[in-house]
Design a protein around this ligand. Structure first.
Ligand code: ZN
Length: 344
């Protein structure tokens, strides 16, 4: 059993109670509506070094090669790996992007799904039509909320469910999948990563968690040395530091993480060690909480030595959730039900 700290102290006073929200089970599936607006958020630059094609070597036939001496060779500047690295470094310097080891292919930036803009009537029509993909809506708050149009995190070669519910907003799920892909691209033979609860398909209470209600929370295992484990205390002996660092780094640099809960003992294993040289593999020290960084991304919370908890931020899904809540009384498939009371 573990308990999760709530994101914002004192935000229990919802403007609109949504914990009893009932959502019809016809949420459409992602990616079926080509009209979806997609905002490509360039959070990272890929390696854009120019590929220098080898000098053309076209064989000439039937040419009298005795007519003249061969022309002097034309020496064209060719892009070298050093050049590419320098350009990449310049771009990174210009954009403030951190570097990854050059041998490690970088995952493309997250393509964040943005729900389509629509008038209220159009939005209600889309919600009422199961064939329409409205987009993910995170309704209410993590500790008192619901999820509409969520996406289920699938098991894959890199991800194994630890049991539980694996629904989240599309952007949250994509970010998790991307981070695991990045680790597997950099480290061959990476074991599958256990992922615990996200949210129920339509969100709502999910014990024993306090949060996990609105599609923005996920419990994720650490990478361990040896076979994959779930819910094992991470220690200096069993924690796979490089892989765990990279999955966290990729999540954070993906740009849609609000915070990550990690037990302080595990934070100390993941931080730069006293004699460890500086490298791009390290996590940014400012990401960790400290006396002057209480609002840092990586924070201590009791119960998170066996897994970490990531709270995503998904402003578009939250905005759509707010709109749906406002429209709920008129929305056919979405209705607010407050058992035992006639209040609406
Ligand atoms: Zn959790």
């Amino acid at each position: 059993m573990h308990v999760h700290r709530v994101a914002h102290v004192g935000d229990d006073d919802l403007h609109v109670p949504v914990e009893r929200l009932v959502v019809q089970r016809d949420a459409a599936h992602p990616g079926e509506d080509g009209s979806l607006k997609r905002a490509v958020v360039l959070l990272a630059v890929g390696l854009v070094a120019g590929c220098s094609s080898p000098a053309g070597s076209v064989a000439t036939r039937g040419v009298d090669v005795t007519l003249s001496a061969p022309p002097p060779p034309v020496i064209e500047p060719r892009a070298t790996d050093d050049d590419a690295g320098a350009r990449h470094a310049e771009e990174q310097h210009a954009t403030g992007e951190p570097a990854l080891p050059p041998a490690c292919p970088r995952e493309p930036p997250l393509e964040l799904e943005s729900p389509p803009w629509a008038s209220n009537d159009a939005l209600l029509g889309m919600v009422a039509d199961p064939s329409k993909r409205v987009g993910s809506a995170s309704i209410g708050r993590a500790a008192r909320g619901a999820l509409y149009g969520g996406v289920e995190l699938a098991e894959s070669e890199g991800i194994v469910h630890a049991g539980g519910y694996a629904w989240g907003t599309a952007n949250s799920v994509r970010a998790l999948e991307r981070a695991v892909r990045q680790v597997r691209a950099c480290f061959p033979d990476t074991p599958r990563l256990f992922v615990g609860d996200l949210s129920r398909e339509h969100g709502g209470w999910l014990g024993p968690h306090a949060s996990h209600q609105a599609g923005l929370d996920a419990d994720v295992g650490y990478f361990y040395v040896g076979p994959p484990l779930w819910y094992q205390r991470a220690t200096a002996k069993n924690l796979d530091v490089p892989r765990t660092r990279l999955v966290l780094k990729t999540l954070i640099e993906g740009g849609n993480v609000e915070m990550i809960f990690i037990d302080r003992s595990v934070q100390n294993l993941l931080r730069r060690q006293p004699n460890e040289p500086t490298s791009d593999d390290l996590l940014d020290e400012t990401w960790f909480e400290g006396p002057l960084r209480r609002e840092a991304i990586i924070r201590h919370a009791w119960g998170h030595a066996t897994h970490f908890h990531v709270r995503f931020k998904d402003p578009d899904a939250t905005a759509l959730g707010e709109r749906l809540v406002q429209l709920l009384p008129a929305a056919h498939p979405l209705r607010r039900v407050f058992p035992g009371t006639a209040k609406r």
